[in-house]
Write a new protein. Structure first.
Length: 343
């Protein structure tokens, strides 16, 4: 008679799937952009639905010699300009059932609290970046990386750039196939200095750049490019794969930087004519953004108010607003990336 084996098939009722009770969270990128808002109310008069900041205008330069025997006419001081920041409520919430808490194999409430807290900073970061993306000074390359440089909003009669979230079609012919290079880096910093903007990181300005855009800047070759000086004097940046400080700006790489499809939508195996993906790179100096806060953002564990006390509210809330304070302190460089050229 053949042997009868006692294995997992015969004893299947005691062989079960095991679960790791420690859950991991999704990959997350460090929030970046609220730190740009370094202008806040100093002597706010009272609570209100908006906060108005005022800026003095300097007197016009007087270079004509005075006449010894003539009392010079007085001049009127300029009317201060104002910047208004509108405050809005922001928040989000979830309801956790008591049954889920009782029957789940892990501490699900703790995990949901973490998700709510992350949703707070994740959402606020995007709210602030949307204000940055509306900057009125934009640098673009035209006709590829060797094409001319186009600056919008630099003159006395500024032309507002196309907002990134409305990019598309023929209006963006000057962006297609224009990857980031040292010309953009230099021009952006030069314009900030021309605007008399104060640096916000020691003697450097701060630039926020997408990693796929950073790739193009770091691979650029030639005596006037990023790579040559790093080959000989700052090789650690090459080993670390980061831009570091370059041409007057300290670079921070973040995948949070906004990027959108320009031109026809991508579909199938090949890109339609005129399609490209456009990335913002933000060059910032002091007081680019103003922030007003009526109630700082915070997480909330709300009261249980249902009849059987089964639903626990978890959420976040805050009342704040942001606005461009000194538009001249922000340059928005718009380029493509060779790593993601069309979609």
């Amino acid at each position: 008679m053949a042997n009868a084996f006692t294995g997992t098939g015969a004893m299947s009722n005691i062989v079960q799937t095991a679960y790791d009770r420690a859950l991991e969270f999704a990959l997350r990128a460090q929030p970046m952009f609220r730190q740009v808002a370094d202008k806040r109310p100093v002597q706010q008069a009272m609570p209100g639905s908006s906060v108005v900041f005022s800026l003095y205008q300097d007197l016009a330069q007087q270079i004509t010699p005075l006449n010894e025997l003539v009392d010079p006419d007085a001049v009127a001081a300029g009317n201060p300009t104002t910047v208004s920041v509108t405050l809005n409520e922001y928040g989000n919430s979830i309801l956790v059932s008591n049954k889920l808490d009782l029957l789940s194999f892990t501490d699900v409430t703790a995990g949901l609290v973490n998700q709510v807290a992350w949703n707070l900073i994740d959402s606020v970061d995007l709210i602030v970046q949307n204000v940055l993306a509306a900057g009125t000074q934009t640098v673009r390359l035209g006709g590829g990386t060797t094409g001319g440089l186009f600056g919008y909003g630099f003159g006395t009669t500024p032309t507002n750039p196309v907002a990134l979230n409305t990019i598309g079609g023929a209006a963006d012919a000057n962006i297609a196939n224009s990857s980031m290079n040292s010309t953009v880096a230099r021009a952006s910093v030069v314009q900030l200095r021309t605007n008399k903007v104060h640096p916000n990181k020691g003697s450097m300005f701060t630039a926020y750049i997408h990693p796929q855009v950073s790739y193009d800047l770091r691979r650029e070759t030639g005596a006037a490019a990023w790579r040559d000086p790093h080959n000989y004097s700052a090789a650690d940046n090459i080993w670390a794969g980061e831009i570091g400080a370059y041409e007057g700006a300290a670079y921070i790489e973040t995948p949070r930087v906004q990027n959108v499809q320009s031109g026809a939508a991508y579909s199938g195996a090949s890109a339609p004519a005129g399609a490209s993906r456009v990335y913002n790179t933000y060059y910032t100096g002091q007081q680019a953004l103003a922030e007003a806060v009526a109630e700082e953002f915070h997480t909330i564990r709300g009261p249980v108010v249902d009849k059987l006390t089964r639903f626990q509210p978890l959420g976040w809330y805050g009342v704040a607003g942001w606005s461009l304070y000194r538009p001249e302190s922000l340059i928005v460089a718009q380029t493509t990336s060779t790593l993601r050229p069309t979609s």
